[in-house]
Design a protein around this ligand. Structure first.
Ligand code: GLY
Length: 604
């Protein structure tokens, strides 16, 4: 595949121009919209797309079109939640109003990761050029201690993953409300209506949600036999209606009284009562003082460039933006990347991630507690030095990359990302999570929501192998009030004319960083359409374990042999990363939920 030309050719996605209306499996129907009449943004300043070619054994076909809509687009892991966003934009809301509506709706319709009992990050780019990043990551409770997850023998327990002790103080409600207040145009009560209706009236469980409930049901039942997900202890099946009256009451209280209802009122009482009730002899430590103290943090987005394109992404307490910038800066040192899918491509891209993750794992943490060398890690000069350590035909063991290498990270999967754009070009990228799928497994009785197990993103045992055999750094040790390091990477890409080109992000622990940046690389460097960029086989390297992970069938056998010959320890997984993305195309937007999972791209 050719490298992008430096000339800006207009994209000629023929089918984009031919379509005039949205796709997606449900379409909101109410209201006229000011956004539908807004001046069109114009076509993106990017070269013509080139058809992608995937290995013969790869299961996702190339040449599939993403969902097109001329005016607005919302993409998430839930059709109901994406429809909530489109509905709010139809009613005249901007992309921020819509994203907040989507965030609350996702807490109802994608409860494995959408949440009000967890936290997240949002990057905003308004059409007038203003940018912002908001960090509503959970914080360690005031009673948290460095070794709270070690047993009497100094061994790491599973209490940071399951049960009442696993939760950080939730940030989602405060974060969404703060974002709406600063950049939205509608009241909270209005944007929360779709979520309240979904919880109160229910919706039909699809196969993806039924599978997710079934997989988690043992854990869910362990902490609450009779939640709406497991009535009388039995997982809700596909086709059943999921009605969540307690959650509807909670959402209505937040809509009526704002975030204080969550952090100070009866909802806070329910959460603290749940902590004190505990299970299996373990109680939680979140108090009303913790909840009253919680504040989201406005941060400056990481801003970097890649071959003339701009990237805005999330700064610490997430590692997402810095690590993405560092990896792309290393790859930018090559005038163009080798052909997608070739031995050299896998080697260079994997080696760049390996180096970026060495820094990520050792140096990044909550900037309110630890000095983070942002300028160094995101500088092109530093990237040039790292590029010089990549041999042409030999992998470098992570241990040889010392003294750069110090620690490695363990991060469980299951988070969720959503992307929203409106007709004016306002764009919102949000990644939010409970950490593991269904968080700690604890459902707050009376208030109807799942709690996170985000404490496990801290280094529960710095410098020593954790229960998965990995180590994490001292910088990310547990301290009261500190945010645990994240990999979430909500990212907005600007075309060379400084207009929004893509909005992307992912779920999947550390693979969030590599998955999101590969979709961006595929679009910018390999000139793939969004449909191809999302379906292309992915790889992952996080320094430790010192292996190059690939998707089954995603590498040609001869290439796999060559990579082994270079010294890469190749690790096969069925599937890597859950990305949701939007791309501006001729005449509008394309939206693509993760083809490896489920979701909805809905626009008009
Ligand atoms: N809990 C996954 C992350 O924040 O990276």
């Amino acid at each position: 595949m050719r490298a992008p030309s430096s000339r800006f050719l207009f994209a000629t996605l023929a089918a984009s121009a031919a379509l005039s209306a949205c796709a997606g499996t449900s379409t909101p129907s109410t209201g006229a919209s000011s956004t539908t009449t807004a001046k069109p943004l114009g076509d993106p300043a990017i070269p013509e797309r080139v058809a992608a070619q995937f290995p013969a054994g790869w299961r996702l076909p190339s040449g599939q079109r993403a969902t097109f809509a001329p005016s607005v687009m919302a993409v998430s892991n839930s059709r109901e939640a994406s429809a909530a966003a489109a509905e709010i934009m139809k009613q005249g809301g901007n992309a921020v109003d819509a994203a907040v509506a989507l965030g609350f709706a996702l807490a109802v319709s994608w409860p494995e990761a959408g949440n009000i009992g967890g936290g997240g990050y949002t990057v905003v780019r308004m059409a007038d050029g203003r940018t912002a990043a908001i960090d509503y990551r959970e914080v360690a409770p005031l009673a948290a201690t460095r070794d709270m997850y070690l047993d009497a023998n100094g061994q790491l327990t599973a209490k940071s993953i399951y049960g009442h002790l696993a939760s950080g103080v939730p940030g989602a409600v405060a974060g969404l409300a703060a974002m709406l207040e600063r950049y939205g145009t509608m009241p909270l009560a209005k944007v929360m209506q779709p979520a309240i209706a979904l919880a109160r009236d229910g919706f039909v469980v699809d196969t993806a949600l039924a599978t997710s409930i079934d997989r988690a049901s043992k854990t869910l039942v362990r902490y609450q036999r009779n939640s709406p997900f497991t009535p009388n202890g039995a997982p809700l099946a596909a086709g059943a209606r999921l009605v969540q009256p307690d959650l509807a009451r909670t959402l209505q209280a937040i809509a009526d009284r704002g975030p204080k209802a969550f952090y100070e009122g009866w909802i806070a009482d329910s959460l603290v009562a749940e902590m004190q009730r505990g299970a299996e002899g373990v109680t939680g430590i979140i108090t009303k003082a913790d909840l009253a103290k919680y504040t989201p943090a406005w941060r400056t987005p990481i801003r970097t460039t890649f071959h003339g394109y701009g990237l805005l992404s999330m700064p610490p307490s997430s590692s997402g933006g810095v690590t993405t910038a560092e990896a792309l800066n290393i790859l930018e040192q090559y005038p163009s990347l080798p052909e997608y899918g070739s031995t050299r491509w896998f080697h260079l891209v994997g080696s760049a991630y390996q180096r970026a993750f060495i820094d990520r794992n050792a140096k990044l943490a909550d900037p309110d507690f630890v000095p983070v060398p942002l300028a160094q890690l995101t500088s092109k000069t530093y990237a040039a030095k790292l590029k010089a350590t990549i041999a042409d035909t030999r992998s470098t063991p992570t241990r040889e990359l010392e003294p750069l290498m110090q620690q490695a990270a363990r991060e469980p999967e299951h988070t969720t990302h959503y992307s929203v754009v409106d007709a004016k070009g306002n764009a919102v990228a949000t990644t939010t999570t409970l950490n593991n799928s269904w968080g700690s497994g604890v459902w707050v009785r009376g208030a109807g929501f799942m709690l996170n197990d985000e404490m496990d993103d801290f280094a529960a045992q710095p410098g020593k192998p954790n229960m998965f055999g990995l180590v994490q750094g001292e910088a990310n040790a547990i301290q009261p009030g500190k945010r645990m390091l994240s990999a979430m990477s909500p990212t907005i890409v600007l075309d060379p004319k400084d207009q929004v080109l893509m909005v992307a992000g992912a779920a999947g622990g550390p693979t969030i960083i590599t998955g999101t940046s590969q979709v961006i690389l595929n679009v910018i460097q390999h000139r793939m359409s969004l449909g191809d960029a999302m379906r292309a086989p992915r790889i992952h390297h996080q320094a430790l374990p010192d292996s190059l992970t690939f998707e089954a069938g995603g590498i040609k056998p001869a290439v796999l042999d060559s990579l082994r010959g270079f010294g890469h320890a190749m690790r096969e997984l069925r599937s890597l990363v859950n990305v949701n993305a939007i791309m501006r195309v001729k005449g509008g937007w394309e939206g693509q939920p993760e083809p490896r999972r489920s979701g909805g791209a809905i626009g008009y």
